[in-house]
Write a protein that binds this ligand. Structure first.
Ligand code: CO
Length: 490
């Protein structure tokens, strides 16, 4: 615990979700109340930070904690749970030596000026892959913003190792939110290549899982933006450059932790880089109002217009608000509002319009059928009455057509990202977009424990819950693998 934390009179009651979890659980069957659907058969894998100190030193930011994977195997109405740290050079140093050896999002190790000078532009940061989970063909990988995916076994959670790409794409920064191309099934993502001539490089990976990235297109940029995710439609990739940007030489020379090198420059506005997915040409760069977001909800196009839905903040203050001292101390947490940006490349215009009166973060959709296409429903976490003095304390189902919402809330409980799992054909009602369940891990402060919650995605009423024997630290993202492990069924 840092001095600043000790100084706080009150620890936020949700700070239990920001404490280290040392226990690694062998698979145990969880007590289930209620009824899980017969058809729900597969594995929910969740990723997130779970170790927030190294010896006497604390990490500075929620995003810096060491990656732990949680596994909920659902079969015949029963749930088995296990959790395990990913075994990386970073986590080994933290867990066994009590040392921070590698640079994180907002925490730096102690290192010489010499090391500082020569590492950033030469290779990617060693991975603490605590953000998301994806499939590269048959492989299951944990992802962060260093382009170094770490493969692990989805049944035992044992770490296999870093996936070495067989290509020369380069780049030191990527997103942990690759898209699946709605037309070809390719995995699409981009890297930022920092140099004297920095650029974004959009690439694809074939769905067979070969770790080879093919360049789709590139876009030169003097001051790259911090972009945690991006948009894809049937014909375009859209990089939304929020005005949180970095001078690449500052990254190289400042000696500050990664994110502290970025500067908020609202006068730039938000730039929408529209790239053709086929030929890689940049069709347009449109300018909209300044805002910041971590997460895209969905995007699609209609005629010449493109629609980009985002969880938008007024500015980038949320990044500092998610530092551990601010969170644990109960400082005000800015709210992300679901917002639609309509782009008209011919006219060169961008218009922004709110989608609802509720805040929304960690958004999910019926991805397989609606990614890059028109859609109606988004699911996410939010803050009740948009109050800024609590953490995410409700689940939200948003109808993006009319702004209507359904809410799930329980006093003193803090839900994580709700993963939509579609009912298989014939098993559900009618194949409607919201025919399925929503699964979320919820922290209950009063009992210092968590549970897996299953809601009917249509009504947003509880179907069942499975009690976990400990408090699961707040996580970021995950996937549901059907029993055949064919693919993420979201
Ligand atoms: Co994310």
């Amino acid at each position: 615990m840092s001095t600043a934390q000790r100084g706080r009179a009150v620890m936020a009651r949700f700070s239990l979700g920001l404490q280290s979890l040392d226990d690694e659980t062998e698979p145990v069957e969880l007590p289930v109340s209620g009824c899980l659907p017969e058809w729900l058969n597969g594995t929910l894998l969740r990723n997130g930070p779970a170790k927030f100190e190294a010896g006497a030193t604390g990490f500075r930011h929620w995003f810096d904690g060491q990656a732990m994977v949680h596994r909920f195997a659902v079969d015949g109405g029963r749930v088995r749970y296990a959790n395990r740290y990913l075994d990386t050079p970073s986590s080994r140093a933290v867990l066994t030596e009590g040392r921070i050896r590698y640079q994180e999002f907002a925490t730096d190790p102690c290192r010489s000026l010499f090391a500082r000078f020569f590492t950033p532009f030469q290779r990617a940061r060693p991975a603490n892959p605590n953000v998301n989970i994806a499939r590269f063909g048959d492989r299951t990988v944990a992802l962060t913003e260093s382009p170094l995916p770490v493969e692990f076994a989805p049944d035992t959670l044992a770490t296999v190792g870093v996936v070495e790409y067989d290509d020369r794409l380069g780049g030191q920064l990527t997103t942990a939110h690759p898209h699946q191309d709605p037309v070809t099934g390719d995995l699409v993502n981009y890297v930022t290549h920092f140099s004297r001539r920095s650029e974004y490089r959009v690439y694809r990976q074939r769905p067979d899982g070969t770790p080879r990235r093919e360049l789709l297109g590139r876009h030169r940029v003097d001051e790259p933006a911090y972009m945690h995710s991006f948009a894809i439609t049937s014909r375009h990739v859209v990089l939304v450059e929020f005005p949180l940007v970095v001078n690449p030489f500052r990254l190289l020379l400042s000696g500050r932790p990664f994110i502290e090198n970025y500067r908020w420059k609202p006068e730039r506005g938000t730039r929408f880089v529209v790239m053709d997915r086929e030929g890689g040409q940049v069709r347009a760069v449109l300018r909209g109002p300044a805002c910041f977001a971590f997460h895209h909800i969905n995007a699609w196009e209609d005629g010449g217009r493109l629609f980009i839905d985002l969880c938008a903040y007024d500015d980038a203050a949320v990044i500092e608000a998610l530092s551990l001292d601010s969170l644990r101390g109960g400082d005000a947490l800015p709210q992300a509002m679901p917002t639609r940006f309509a782009l008209e490349p011919e006219a060169g215009t961008v218009t922004a319009q709110p989608l609802a009166a509720e805040s929304l973060e960690l958004p999910r959709i019926a991805y397989r059928r609606h990614n890059g296409r028109p859609y109606r429903y988004a699911y996410g976490v939010g803050s009740r009455d948009r109050r800024t003095d609590d953490f995410f304390n409700q689940l939200v189902k948003l109808d993006v057509g009319d702004g209507g919402t359904l809410l799930w809330h329980e006093e003193g409980c803090y839900p994580g990202e709700p993963v939509f799992v579609a009912a298989p054909p014939g098993a559900g009602r009618d194949g409607a977009e919201d025919d399925g369940v929503v699964l979320a891990v919820v922290l209950r402060a009063a009992t210092a424990s968590s549970y897996l919650l299953a809601l009917d995605a249509r009504t947003f009423r509880e179907l069942a819950r499975a009690e976990v024997p400990h408090a699961v630290p707040f996580g970021f993202h995950g996937i549901f693998l059907r029993e055949d492990r064919a693919r993420d069924v979201g």
